[in-house]
Design a binder for this molecule. Sequence first.
Ligand code: ATP
Ligand code: ZN
Length: 210
Amino acid sequence: MLRLAIQKSGRLSEDSLALIRECGISFISSSYKLKTEATNFPLEILFLRDDDIPGYVQDGVADLGIVGQNVLVEAGYPNLEVEALGFSKCRLSLAVPRAASYDSVESLQGKNIATSYPTILGRYLAGHGVQANLHTISGSVEIAPSIGLAEAICDIVSSGSTLLGNGLREVETVFRSEAVLIAQPNLSAEQTELLEQLRFRMQAVRRAKR
Ligand code: ATP
Ligand code: ZN
């Protein structure tokens, strides 16, 4: 038996459920249940907040998970990744107010930057020799400059319209992300065999879509 954790409700949920179904796995899902068991594969599905998924898989509470690389790397468990899934593609970008002067990352030296991704951003800035004050906030990061909390932000961007709507312009791509399958490090031999079957099916689903 394998326990797979997926996002309960959010941008990963629909594609995660669709992928499992396209792998030929049947289950009944309802919006208020926190777990369900597949009827034709030894798989139990847990519905969780995406931020909790890497930790649960690292600890073996769940055997597998589907989560964005952004959340996985921020949580500090990049090694859990076993398969890139090709959906929920997005990027983590730095943005500044439209009128602010900006030449390069060095322009952020000594500035206040609001983000939900202090680990990924901190590493990026250190790689460019830039020291900044990171303010970690969990949501509505785009409003930080307009309320005087920060001179720049680092947040998830897909189309850029949210940035535009808040008077911001994107200046650097810090990290590119997509959804990935992750697995706990201590699977049994039988579980490893099931994981390989699952990966084989997932790869076939992706090939069929190309
Ligand atoms: P939860 O309530 O589970 O904590 P959340 O609000 O943190 O959810 P979502 O906004 O549902 O998260 O995003 C989940 C993941 O989907 C992100 O971590 C990222 O990997 C990806 N994602 C976020 N925004 C986009 C987007 N605009 N386009 C594509 N993928 C995105
Ligand atoms: Zn989340």
